[in-house]
Write a protein that binds this ligand. Structure first.
Ligand code: ZN
Length: 108
């Protein structure tokens, strides 16, 4: 499996990324956890300690980017855009070289 995600440069230049979501992701990325890895999917949990909320993110490697990323929060479900939870996973992938070490990582 190969995991495709946005580089920090692309997050910052993407007009569909809300500044507020990005700022929230900056405080959340260290609290992202991997729940499971299957042959095609990766499940994550992102926690926002400020509001004491948790959401589940799934990466679907068989889907085309950006549809490969799904979160169960209202923001993502309603707007179909990257939410703070998905952005927190992207930041973790960008900043932590030991995160998902065995998986091929491709920043877009
Ligand atoms: Zn979300």
């Amino acid at each position: 499996m190969e995991i495709k995600f946005l580089s920090i440069k692309k997050i910052e230049s993407n007009p569909d990324v809300s500044r507020n979501s990005y700022e929230a992701a900056k405080r959340m990325w260290k609290d992202v956890k991997v729940d499971y890895i299957t042959s095609r999917h990766i499940g994550f949990t992102a926690t926002d300690k400020l509001y004491n909320t948790k959401h589940s993110i799934i990466y679907f490697s068989e889907r085309k980017f950006p549809k490969s990323w799904n979160c169960d929060c209202r923001w993502h479900t309603l707007k179909g855009k990257f939410c703070k939870h998905i952005l927190a996973v992207f930041l973790r992938l960008n900043k932590d070289p030991f995160f998902l070490k065995t998986i091929k990582k491709t920043p877009l």
